[in-house]
Design a protein around this ligand. Structure first.
Ligand code: AMP
Length: 283
């Protein structure tokens, strides 16, 4: 496994590879969710590249950039064990030299949900993913359903800008109690950790109602709300039932499936989660 810190070194190592390359962009502090993306890439591509970069431009001024968890030696051990060939670990000046002045703006899909609560977040995400795609030159790139709006934004960007890369979305990996795996789960104290599975329980309530035939978006939102209200440590930020490809909020009946997504604060930690309701009535 080669660990490359500069764009030049990465490109030189990448040029030595023949066959297809699968790429997994991450911010590190890896867990089973990230490793699932790596395994999928490993299964579908001849070679796998992973990037580890805590991207400053996707964090707001009052967010957790400075305290975002990091453990590069451990991350590299995990990636070595998965048979990854290339790991790109640039420092911030390598990706954003002082005169950096170009950003990628995806409209529409970035307006609601996370985009509305985290101004500039998706501009940061789209910009770094575009830069990484240009550096890594992979045939396929792997993203987690955990960050549902991000998958919509990245798909839109690659389509609109004709990027020659196939986007693959991997289902959310969860803890045994249903909590979606996240690097940010380490922020939770034991009481908060015990409360956190209520997020997924709320989503499951909506899924159960949907499977029983409920199609009214308002009823499904209310079911999630009721569940989360039972947990005093959890402060709901939003719950949304939206059209999965545009993220337009659904009012009234769901016709073509839906994305049920939420964000909540547990103490100072902000967590997101979602489930997809399929057009055929499955969830
Ligand atoms: P991050 O390091 O949080 O930027 O995540 C890197 C990639 O891993 C993104 O595509 C995430 O959606 C994905 N990811 C994070 N957590 C999970 C999870 N629990 N299950 C599946 N994918 C995940």
């Amino acid at each position: 496994m080669q660990v490359l810190e500069t764009i030049g070194a990465f490109r030189a190592a990448r040029a030595e590879l023949t066959g297809s390359l699968g790429f997994v962009p991450t911010m590190g502090y890896l867990h089973e969710g990230h490793l699932e993306l790596v395994r999928r890439a490993r299964a579908e591509c001849d070679h796998v590249a992973v990037s580890i970069f805590v991207n400053p431009t996707q964090f707001g001024p009052n967010e957790d950039l400075a305290r975002y968890p990091r453990d590069l030696p451990r991350d590299l051990d995990l990636l070595r064990a998965e048979g990854v060939e290339l790991v790109f670990v640039p420092g911030p000046p390598e990706m954003y030299p002082p005169d950096h002045s170009t950003f990628v703006v995806v409209e529409r899909a970035t307006a609601p949900l996370e985009g509305a609560r985290r101004p500039g977040h998706f501009q940061g995400v789209a910009t770094i993913v575009c830069k990484l795609f240009n550096i890594v030159a992979a045939q396929r790139a792997y993203f987690g359903q955990k960050d549902a709006q991000q998958t919509v934004v990245i798909r839109q960007m690659t389509r609109d800008l004709n990027m020659p890369v196939e986007i693959v979305i991997v289902p959310t990996v969860r803890e045994p109690d249903g909590l979606a795996k996240s690097s940010r789960n380490v922020y939770l104290d034991p009481a908060q950790r015990a409360a956190a599975p209520v997020l997924y329980r709320g989503l499951q309530q909506a899924a159960t109602l949907y499977q029983q035939g409920e199609r009214d978006a308002g009823m499904l939102r209310a079911a999630v709300l009721r569940t989360l209200e039972q947990e005093p440590l959890v402060a709901l930020d939003y719950v949304s039932v939206a059209e999965p490809s545009t993220l337009t909020e659904t009012e009234g009946p769901i016709r073509q499936g839906a994305l049920v997504s939420l964000a909540a604060r547990i103490g100072a930690t902000r967590l997101i989660d979602n489930i997809l309701l399929e057009p055929d009535g499955r969830a």
